[in-house]
Every structure is written in structure tokens, then in C-alpha cells.
Design a protein around this ligand. Structure first.
Ligand code: E4P
Length: 304
């Protein structure tokens, strides 16, 4: 699995690239805001054009950098995408344009198809697109049909959505134990079925209690962000679709491991989570012991 860094913080990009484990960079308007706000705090004014150029340069030509459009109508997104591509791709030849799969909101007045129309146009022009805000496998299928080079399912936000609906309290970085939840729900369903007497299968399928436990903790059949990634990978494999799946909105190291297990091509990971991936208390303990156990004879070997 490739690893992208999910940040617009130049220092984080520099550092993570220097560790030799980063294959690309993803930004979005909120990440750019975070970088601009952090600079403001230090009384530094960011010249956004030079700043983005620096991100592209730091990543270098082997690492794609996703830059997102800001409009909601297909014509405007297409124009912005062409502008971003023209302006920044010449720096290192690594720009990918992020287009939301659907820009509809109650306020926007835009249709549900603006994103797909923009993706189709840009893909025909040969501009690589990363479709963002993917929350279900159907959207990922449509984005691939429209010609997207990448899709970004937001695993963390899907977990947030499921947990909020269930009134589960959590911190942003908390692991969501969706398998435990699914096991409990299926146990409850079995218990209910065991005690439901002679009802026939059809009426049990329509039974509100049975439906409640069967659908428990699922968003239209999706039980977690990892499950969402898994289904998209599965669908793409069924049809030899070459669009790459970027597991996005990563919240913790265990979630990264799980999206790797289900076959995500890429995970885009915040700096903090990349750091978390390196850590284990027994590694700390081990390094302490190894350091203490160095005998003078062995140390001398390294002295010039
Ligand atoms: C990356 O492509 C996404 O924009 C990003 O992962 C979203 O992460 P968040 O849900 O933590 O904001």
C-alpha cells in the first residue's frame, strides 16, 4: 500500500518525505486553512501561490499532490481545476485535482451531478482527478465510470457518522471497534430469532426488531469506514477498474492497518498518525535494553 501524507503543512511534508516512506500528498481547503492559520499565529503571512509551489517541489515529480477546487458548479470546478493544473503542474509535474463527488447542499442550489460532470470533462482533457468526499461504494463506482484516477473514501468520517447516530461518545482519534459492535448485534438478532416462536421467515424479515438488529450500526449496509474501503476495492476488482482507492480521513494507526488488510491501494494519513504507526511500548523497552547491554568490546568496534 502506498502512503500519502494528508496535510498542507510544508514542514510535515518535508519531514515525512525525508523519512522515505511517503508516496504522495493530499490537501483540502480545511488543511490549507490550518496551515495559513498556523502561519498567522507566528505572524508570518503565507503567499499561497509560492506556498503551494513549494509543496509541489518538496513532493517532487514521483509523488502526486492533490489540490482541491472550491466551487460547486461543474463549469466553475472545471475552470478552477484547469487553472490549478496549469499553474502548479509545471512545477514538478505531479498535480492531481480533487473534485467532490457531489456538491449538492440545501443551500448550494447545485444538482447532484456537478462533480461527475467535472470529473468526466477533466479526465477527457487528461487531467488526473482524485474524487473526494466518497461516503458510499455507489459514489465510488460512478466516479470511476466518469474517469477518476483516484477515489478517496472518507473512512474516519463514516465511522464518526455511525457512532454519532448511535450516540456513542468518542474522541476524533479513537479506534472504532465495529467488529465488536457487529458481533453483539448479530448475537442479539440470534437471541431474538431463537425466542420468536413459530413465525415464518417472511414475517421475521419484516419484523421491526429483527430489522433493527440486522441493520444495527450500519449506514445502508456499511458497518465502518474500513468496510466502505473494502467494498470499493471489491467492486473495482470485479470489473478490473483501474481507479486507485485512497483510504482517507484516517484517524489512527489500527485503522491504517485495517485498510491495508482490505486492499486499499493508498492510505492518506495525517502526520500524527504516521508517527503513531512507528510506536510500541515494547520497542521502547527493547531499545533501552539493547542500549544498556552494549559491552565496551562491541562499542570499540564503532570507534574510528
Ligand atoms: C483527504 O483526501 C481528505 O480530505 C482528508 O483525509 C479528510 O480528513 P478528515 O476527515 O480528518 O478531515
Amino acid at each position: 500500500m502506498k502512503i500519502f501524507i494528508d496535510t498542507a503543512d510544508l514542514e510535515e511534508i518535508r519531514l515525512a518525505c525525508s523519512w522515505g516512506i511517503v508516496d504522495g500528498v493530499t490537501t483540502n481547503p480545511s488543511l490549507i486553512k490550518r496551515a495559513v492559520d498556523a502561519a498567522k499565529k507566528e505572524n508570518v503571512k503565507i503567499d499561497i501561490e509560492s506556498y503551494i509551489k513549494e509543496i509541489c517541489l518538496t513532493a517532487g515529480k514521483e509523488r502526486p499532490v492533490s489540490l482541491e477546487v472550491i466551487s460547486l458548479k461543474s463549469e466553475d470546478m472545471t475552470r478552477e481545476a484547469r487553472f490549478l493544473y496549469r499553474r502548479f503542474n509545471r512545477v514538478a509535474g505531479n498535480v492531481v485535482i480533487k473534485i467532490p463527488v457531489n456538491t449538492y447542499t440545501e443551500m448550494s442550489g447545485s444538482s447532484h451531478y456537478e462533480g461527475l460532470k467535472a470529473i468526466t470533462r477533466l479526465s477527457k482533457d487528461g487531467i488526473p482527478v482524485n474524487t473526494t468526499l466518497i461516503m458510499n461504494p455507489q459514489q465510488a463506482l460512478l466516479a470511476a465510470k466518469a474517469g477518476a484516477e483516484y477515489v478517496s473514501p472518507f473512512a474516519g468520517r463514516v465511522d464518526d457518522y455511525i457512532r454519532k447516530k448511535l450516540n456513542i461518545k468518542f474522541e476524533k482519534q479513537d479506534y472504532f471497534d465495529f467488529l465488536l459492535m457487529q458481533n453483539i448485534a448479530s448475537h442479539k438478532l440470534t437471541r431474538f430469532l431463537d425466542t420468536s416462536g413459530e413465525k415464518n421467515t417472511a414475517s421475521l424479515c419484516l419484523d421491526e426488531k429483527a430489522k433493527k438488529w440486522a441493520d444495527f450500526g450500519k449506514d445502508n449496509g456499511i458497518s465502518s469506514g474500513v468496510h466502505l474501503v473494502e467494498e470499493i476495492v471489491h467492486i473495482y476488482r470485479n470489473y478490473n477498474i483501474t481507479t486507485e482507492v485512497i483510504a482517507a480521513s484516517m484517524r489512527n494507526a489500527r485503522q491504517v492497518r485495517e485498510v491495508a488488510l482490505v486492499g486499499a491501494h493508498i492510505a492518506t494519513i495525517p502526520f500524527k498518525v504516521i508517527e503513531e504507526m512507528t510506536q510500541h511500548p515494547k520497542t521502547v523497552e527493547g531499545i533501552k535494553t539493547f542500549t544498556q547491554d552494549v559491552v565496551p568490546e562491541y562499542r570499540e568496534l564503532f570507534e574510528e
